[in-house]
Design a binder for this molecule. Structure first.
Ligand code: FEO
Length: 402
C-alpha cells in the first residue's frame, strides 16, 4: 500500500494487517483485521512517529525509504511500546543507531527491557515538553494507563494534528485511510468495540485526559491514532469518547449463557421474552457461539446482565468461569445483574456466578433461579415473570443514574 500524505509533509507509513484474527492473545477477536499506523514528518529535522508490528517491518522500511534515507531521520517519537508498535524498532535502530529517541520514562524502561537495547540516545519527555523540527514542532502529553504506563500523546500545533497512539483507534483493516472514506456507522462500531474491550477499565483516566486536552486549548482538526482509520472529523470520536467515559447505559439487557444440554438456553430465551414484555431490548448470547469481543461490545451499553450456566463439576462451566474472570478486569460499573442455572444434583453454579458479580461490582438485582433437569410449565412461567421483573429493575436503575 502506498505512502499517504495526511498533512503537509506528514506521511502515513504504516501497515495494513488484513489477516489479523486475534489480538492481545485470544482476548480480542479481530475479524476485520487491523492496521499499525506509523507517521513520518519531513522537516529540517526529519522525524518518525511509532513503529509497526514485527511481521511488517520490511514493508514499513520500504515505505519510509521511498521518502527518505533511514539514516537521515533524526528523531524517533515512541508514544507506546506494546509489541504491536515497537517490535519493528530494534531493526530500525540498528539501521540508524544515532537516532534521538523521545518517550516517557516508562517508555525508556520498557524499550530497554523488551529488546535489551543498550546505548540508546533516549530523551525522556514530560507533559509540556516540546521538540522543534524546523517549520513544525511537537508537543508531548503523558497519558499513563491509556492504556499502558508508558503511553503518551504527541501534538503538532502547526498542523492541528493529534497523534494519539491507541486512544481513538479501531481494529479495522481498510484500503482507505480516513473516516470520510468509509461507512461512518461501521467505523463508530469498530471504535466502540476497541474502547469496550481495551479501554473500558480506564474510563476515568480517559475522561480526565480529555479535560486536560480541552484545557490546553489545543486546536485539533485531525486525530491520527495507531490503529485503523484517521479521523478527519475528530469531533465525532471526541464526542463518542465523552459519552463512553461517562459509562452511560441504555434500557438494554444482555443474557450470556453456557449450556450442556440446552436447558440453560431455554431459561435464557424465556427470560428474554419477559424482558421484551417489559420493553427492554435484549440480546441472548451463547458464550460458545459469539466471540467474547462481540459479547463485551453488546454489554458495553446495556444496563442489565443475566449470567447463566449449567452446573458442572460442582461449579460453573469452564468457559463461563473464564468469561466472568475476563469481565472482572474490564470493571463495568453501574450495572445490575442476576444469575441462573440448570442443574442435575446440586444447584451451585449460581453461587459462583454471584461471587464473580460481587467481585466485578455488578449489583445483584434479583435472587438467582436454579432449575433441576428440565423446566416444567410453572418454572417457565417463573422465568418469564423474572425476565419482566428484571426489566423493571433496569428501568429503576437507569432512573437512579439519571
Ligand atoms: Fe496498539 Fe497498546 O498497543
Amino acid at each position: 500500500m502506498e505512502v499517504i500524505e495526511i498533512k503537509n509533509n506528514i506521511f502515513w507509513v504504516g501497515a495494513v494487517d488484513n489477516n489479523l484474527r486475534h489480538f492481545h492473545g485470544y482476548t480480542f477477536a479481530t475479524p476485520n483485521g487491523s492496521t499499525y499506523n506509523s507517521y513520518l514528518i519531513l522537516d529540517e529535522h526529519p522525524t518518525l512517529i511509532d513503529g509497526v508490528w514485527e511481521n511488517f517491518t520490511d514493508e514499513w522500511l520500504v515505505k519510509i525509504k521511498s521518502k527518505i534515507d533511514v539514516g537521515k531521520i533524526e528523531n524517533l517519537i515512541i508514544n507506546h511500546t506494546e509489541p504491536d508498535h515497537s517490535r519493528s524498532l530494534p531493526k530500525f535502530i540498528e539501521l540508524n543507531s544515532k537516532i534521538k529517541i523521545y518517550g516517557t520514562r516508562n517508555c525508556q524502561q520498557s524499550l530497554e527491557k523488551q529488546y535489551a537495547l543498550k546505548s540508546l540516545n533516549f530523551n525522556v519527555v514530560k507533559t509540556g515538553d516540546e521538540l522543534q523540527l524546523g517549520t513544525k514542532k511537537l508537543k508531548f502529553l503523558e497519558a499513563p494507563m491509556i492504556h499502558w504506563p508508558d503511553s503518551m500523546f504527541t501534538y503538532c500545533p502547526e498542523e492541528k494534528l493529534l497523534l494519539s497512539n491507541d486512544a481513538f483507534g479501531q481494529h479495522f483493516a481498510s484500503q482507505q485511510r480516513f473516516d470520510t472514506e468509509v461507512d461512518l456507522d461501521k467505523l463508530k462500531h469498530e471504535a466502540m468495540q476497541y474502547y469496550a474491550n481495551i479501554l473500558w477499565p480506564f474510563s476515568n483516566l480517559i475522561s480526565s485526559k480529555l479535560k486536560e486536552v480541552e484545557n490546553l486549548a489545543w486546536q485539533i482538526d485531525m486525530i491520527a491514532p495507531s490503529h485503523g482509520l484517521i479521523w478527519k472529523n475528530p469531533q465525532t470520536i471526541i464526542d463518542l469518547y465523552g459519552q463512553w467515559t461517562k459509562g452511560a447505559t441504555k434500557a438494554r439487557a444482555v443474557i450470556i449463557f453456557e449450556t450442556m444440554w440446552g436447558v440453560t438456553e431455554i431459561m435464557a430465551n424465556t427470560f428474554a421474552q419477559g424482558l421484551k414484555e417489559a420493553d427492554i431490548k435484549v440480546k441472548v448470547m451463547d458464550l460458545n457461539k459469539f466471540t467474547k469481543t462481540e459479547i463485551i461490545t453488546a454489554m458495553f451499553e446495556a444496563n442489565g446482565f443475566m449470567f447463566g450456566s449449567s452446573t458442572h463439576d460442582n461449579g460453573v462451566l469452564p468457559n463461563m468461569a473464564g468469561f466472568l474472570h475476563f469481565l472482572k478486569g474490564l470493571k463495568p460499573t453501574k450495572r445490575i445483574g442476576m444469575a441462573f442455572s440448570s442443574f442435575g444434583w446440586g444447584a451451585v453454579a449460581t453461587g459462583e456466578i454471584e461471587k464473580y458479580m460481587a467481585e466485578t461490582g455488578i449489583n445483584k438485582a434479583m435472587e438467582a433461579i436454579n432449575i433441576q433437569f428440565h423446566p416444567n410449565e410453572e418454572e417457565l412461567k417463573k422465568c418469564f415473570e423474572t425476565g419482566k421483573m428484571f426489566g423493571e429493575k433496569i428501568k429503576t436503575n437507569l432512573n437512579s443514574l439519571a
